[in-house]
Design a protein around this ligand. Structure first.
Ligand SMILES: Cc1ncc(COP(=O)(O)O)c(C=O)c1O
Length: 256
């Protein structure tokens, strides 16, 4: 039986599986391990969220399939969050869809926008799905530095100059997993300017929008007015991990 599958063969090692195996081996050998591996929340989910989940699951009307775009109330809530948190107005009908987590959103988005050999620019190191989804979709990945500074912008320019055909999309993730680096609006504005001129889609994963220090909330790239970008967002601090919830918000230039 063929066990060498084309798409699986192209994937780099999955860092979480590798770390888990090393951890298990070290524990089995008696080592005392402090786990800095996969970022599971170490605080309980706020009680009002758990109560609402329990209440909701007891209603048989919720035991059915949902709308594929997400129920209107949830899309409106997403738009409300963007308005309140970032001052960004989104049309819940055309600029927001609900996904089963950021991973599902990014993986399906990768399938939608990537053709065989299409190039995607991804900072290194990155959260694995930022490259895996595109590799599975038969794309190729070119790495950029992860620090949001002039060197990043130079590398971005070089990557576009030296790629034929031009990259289709750029993945950003600030606050960054695994580096915790953050980006400001000035950086986002420069990236948007460049990608707009080059017709490159920006995918900005804002999974950690609500985890920040020194009272400075991270901005959203959607605060920069531009027609062609996507944002995937599912504030990790606001939900229990086993409950998949995510959202994609976009400007209308790309249909949701
Ligand atoms: C940057 C980043 N994006 C996305 C995810 C996955 O989010 P979800 O559980 O919504 O699929 C994680 C999970 O660790 C993450 O760190």
């Amino acid at each position: 039986m063929n066990t060498e599958f084309h798409r699986i063969r192209r994937l780099p090692p999955y860092v979480f599986a590798e770390v888990n195996a090393m951890k298990a081996a070290a524990r089995a050998a008696g080592a005392d391990i402090i786990d800095f591996g996969m970022g599971n929340p170490d605080l309980p989910t706020p009680p009002h969220i758990v109560e609402k989940l329990v209440e909701t699951v007891q209603d048989p009307r919720t035991h059915r399939y949902s709308n594929s775009r997400g129920i209107p109330g949830l899309r409106k809530a997403l738009a409300g969050y963007y308005q309140k948190r970032f001052g960004v107005t989104l049309d819940p009908e055309t600029e927001a869809i609900v996904t089963i987590g950021s991973k599902e959103g990014l993986a399906n988005l990768a399938q939608a926008i990537t053709g065989p050999g299409d190039m995607i620019l991804v900072p290194n190191p990155s959260y694995p799905i930022h490259q895996f989804g595109f590799i599975i979709a038969d794309g190729t990945v070119r790495y950029l530095p992860v620090e949001p500074d002039d060197e990043f912008l130079d590398a971005l320019e070089r990557a576009v100059l030296h790629s034929q055909p031009k990259p289709v999309a750029l993945v950003l993730c600030y606050p960054s997993n695994p580096t915790a680096l953050t980006a400001d609006l000035e950086f986002y504005a420069k990236v948007v300017d460049f990608c707009r001129a080059q017709d490159i889609i920006i995918l900005s994963d804002l999974a950690y929008s609500e985890i920040y220090f020194d009272g400075v909330p991270p901005p959203s790239i959607l605060q920069i007015p531009a027609p062609r970008m996507w944002l995937s967002n599912s504030p990790r601090s606001a939900r229990p991990i086993p409950c998949p919830a995510g959202a994609l918000a976009s400007r209308p230039a790309i249909p949701g």
